[in-house]
Design a protein. Sequence first.
Length: 334
Amino acid sequence: MSVWKTLFTSRPLLHVLFWLTWYGYGVYFTLIGISPAPPNYYGLLLLIHGVLAAVCYAHLYGLLPRLLRPGRYVYYGLSLAGLVGVGALPLTAIALALNNHQHGFGQTFSAELTNIALFLSITTFLHQYRQLQRNNQSLREKQVETELNLLKQQVNPHFFFNNLNSLYSLSLAQSPHTPVQILRLADLMRYMFDFAPQPQVALQKEIEYIQNYVALESMRLTDPTTVRLTVQGDPAGRVIAPMMLLPFVENAFKHGIEQQSRQGVVSIDVGIQANGLFLWVENTRPPVVLSQPELPGTGIANVRKRLNLTYPNQHTLHIDESPGHFRVSLHLTL
């Protein structure tokens, strides 16, 4: 399978295959013809294809990229006419040798001009089509990058204000843990402003961010709540898109524990294995969840979009909601 994939995705191989097929086409019709092939026919036929290839590639890689642009069309036309004329001369000489000068020079030269014009038309169409594909691909990549940056900009203020609210609650209670929490909050803000704008960060940094966030939220909780965070595996050498895991953790606190009046549970497991990263988040919640509409572009809806854009066909996300529990299972291929 990989051999066929290489064959049909390698441009040099495709070019060689095209010219061999075109040469084989000429050989085939000669073999099934009524008249036998003249001496040196197959060598001269190969020479014809060599001249055609030289003219086509001079046009494709010389004239098109350098002259087919606004302000240089006259130079392109003159250069194209010269290239066609120069290419038609050796082709005319070979054709006259093959047909023993049965046709005059003018008629043969005109026929070879037509052949070259046909090949150049094909190469020009293929060049423009491929250029259009490249431009469309570039536009799609820029669109995805713009959308990802927009989603990140929506995420960062969301967590920023939540963390400030957490610190405000501690300061009102005059908690002795406030200085430590300020340092944790500073680490969170540093991560968001220094690392979150990057396309990828070290997995270790993302895990430390989650640990700081969980510590900050755990300290703020007043009701007896069990919070468990475990990390298994070695994150060294692994990278991940920033702010990809935290929305699920944040959701467990904001839309689960904070809405409960009884003891709750938040369980977070991060597993790092050879085939990627696993995240399991489970939290209890009241049987009837109070309605708290989110701002557009925040929370799990946001991270779903980012997963689809950043890890297409490389992630599996399962969300299980029940009256008393909320479970998230995420697998990322890193």
